[in-house]
Design a protein around this ligand. Structure first.
Ligand code: BLA
Length: 508
């Protein structure tokens, strides 16, 4: 483990999490030659199992572990590339009953044996009543937050974890806790916590898109090394991507210790193939989660993902309808007026609501009107001069971090980190410009600082470093905001043009 003070964040992204060369100790892993099904690598933690059956290295799969896997041979031989298959529960002499999984990653064939948890459900069917109840309830809920909350509650109930969180990623892969349920007060609330991209580095996110559930049963475990037959000693390390028992990054284990969590499990939430977020469960004490319960959690994750997609799509439609209504109000103001500047200003509330902004400036023929929270007139006029010479695609300019493009804007990033601008006329430098404040000002995280022991690897520190990474940034302008701005531009240009034509006709 690197010393925490010397921690190099870029090193996180290089942690070889798919090929750790070891497993967590509550089971065994055998790597097989795909042609002969002979064991070429093995990780076994229990000396009693090795004593009872000898070392499986070099043995054909049907002969290992007292022949316990003989019945799995055909299924393993047929396993399609990049698939995992549940091969049932098998009693192993010297050990206990194990849940057996076959995995094939490219050319690599693996058998994973996970120790059964006493009293664990015998099948997914046993858990179906709770899943069905969730599917019924989820349809009646209004918002994504409510969905996340309910899913967190059900997962806490199914697994017994002390706390379950739902994280959502933003477009830079920073995260926010958007749902939480706690079975007790053993772990603090993290609702609304933000954390930077580096807390769940890119290679971990890529793996989590592929493999939807992972469990760290005990953060102080002793890794069990994967030993190889002599002829394989030089080969590339084996890819353990789908292996449940995969050993975990030591940096992340330290993070968990600093957070005061003994066990964690996370379930991926995907939307259109991309990682939308994670359901993340924590327990103060070490904890196992049986295979079928994990499968149920994976299923709940998938239902939640689908519902979130549907809700977001429906919300997009609702927002467009609402913006259209605002648009109509603004157009009505402009229709009865010869001057669009004063017309828009008469309904400043709608002008701001049109793009969900907190300030707007209208600049036309050297005059400048400000509404809501804006930089000063002088700053807006300097911005206009800068905007006028920016290469912009079409007639719209937008950024959620103005000072990143124009240094002078740092002076007013508090009120205007985000800028959305439409150009009305290039001849006269006419613009309507909307502003959004720095996002840090809009976020508060309660949390409980006393419960975090601190060090660079802890949620409290993460929240502080998240604040640094989003300094001088606003919430992003989405497609609905940008389309609303462009539609207003079309309407204004129509009016301005029509007036110019009318004037020209009068002068003839
Ligand atoms: C993995 N980091 C993770 C995971 C979570 C977090 C949820 C998934 C594994 C799991 O289920 O436990 C992060 N956990 C959090 C956060 C909160 C939380 C933000 O509870 C807040 C409430 N992590 C770091 C730094 C590095 C790092 C600085 O914070 C690198 C130096 C690495 N995190 C890291 C790695 C993994 C990880 C490498 C992958 C672990 C694995 O799957 O092997």
């Amino acid at each position: 483990i690197p010393s925490e003070s010397a921690l190099d964040l870029s090193a996180c992204a290089r942690e070889p999490i798919r090929t750790p060369g070891a497993i967590q100790p509550y089971g065994m892993l055998l790597v097989l030659d795909p042609a002969s099904l002979v064991v070429i690598e093995r990780a076994i933690s229990q000396p009693a199992v090795l004593e009872a059956h000898g070392d499986p290295l070099g043995q054909p799969v049907e002969a290992v572990l007292g022949g316990a896997l003989a019945s799995c041979r055909a299924a393993l031989a047929e396993l399609a590339p990049d698939t995992t298959r549940f091969l049932g529960a098998h009693a192993i002499a010297g050990g206990c009953t194990h849940q057996v999984l076959g995995h094939r990653v490219g050319d690599t064939l693996m058998v994973e044996l996970e120790q059964s948890v006493p009293g664990e459900p015998g099948s997914l069917e046993d858990l179906y009543p709770q899943i069905r109840q969730f599917m019924g309830a989820i349809e009646r809920l209004g918002t994504t937050t409510e969905l996340c909350q309910l899913a967190a509650e059900l997962i806490c109930e199914l697994t017994g974890f002390d706390r379950t969180l739902v994280y959502q990623f933003d477009k830079e892969w920073n995260g926010a806790v958007v749902g939480e349920h706690r079975n007790n007060e053993l772990l603090p609330s993290y609702m609304d916590l933000r954390f930077p991209e580096s807390d769940i580095p890119a290679q971990a996110r890529a793996l989590y898109r592929q493999n939807r559930v992972r469990l760290i049963a005990d953060n102080s475990y002793q890794p069990v090394p994967l030993l190889r037959s002599a002829e394989r000693a030089e080969g590339a390390p084996t890819d353990l991507s789908p292996v449940m028992l995969r050993s975990v990054s030591p940096v992340h284990l330290q993070y968990m210790r600093n957070m005061g969590t003994g066990a964690s499990m996370s379930v991926s939430l995907l939307r259109e193939g991309e990682l939308w977020g994670l359901i993340s469960c924590h327990n103060q004490q070490p904890m196992r989660v049986p295979y079928h319960v994990r499968t149920a959690c994976e299923f709940i994750g998938q239902i939640l993902s689908l519902q979130i997609s549907l809700k977001e799509r429906a919300l997009g439609v609702e927002q467009r309808i609402a913006r259209r209504a605002i648009q109509v109000r603004l157009l009505a103001q402009m229709a009865g007026d010869t001057d669009f500047m004063s017309a828009l200003g008469r309904d400043a509330k709608s002008l701001l609501a049109l793009t969900q902004s907190s300030g707007a400036a209208i600049v036309h023929r050297g005059a400048c009107l400000l509404h809501g929270e804006c930089p000063s007139q002088a700053q807006v006029m300097a911005l206009v001069q800068w905007l006028a010479v920016q290469p912009h695609e079409g007639d719209l300019f937008q950024t959620d971090s103005l000072s990143g493009r124009w240094k002078e804007a740092a002076a007013f990033s508090g009120v205007a980190s985000g800028v959305l601008a439409i150009s009305i006329s290039q001849v006269h430098d006419s613009f309507v410009i909307w502003f959004r404040p720095e996002v840090v000002r809009t976020v508060r995280w309660g949390g409980d600082p006393r419960k975090d022991t601190g060090g660079p690897l802890s949620p409290r520190t993460s929240f502080e470093s998240w604040k640094e990474t989003v300094q001088q940034q606003s919430l992003p302008w989405d497609a609905v905001d940008q389309d609303a701005a462009l539609e207003l531009r079309t309407a204004i240009v129509d009016i301005v043009l029509r007036k110019a034509e009318e004037m020209a006709a009068l002068n003839e």
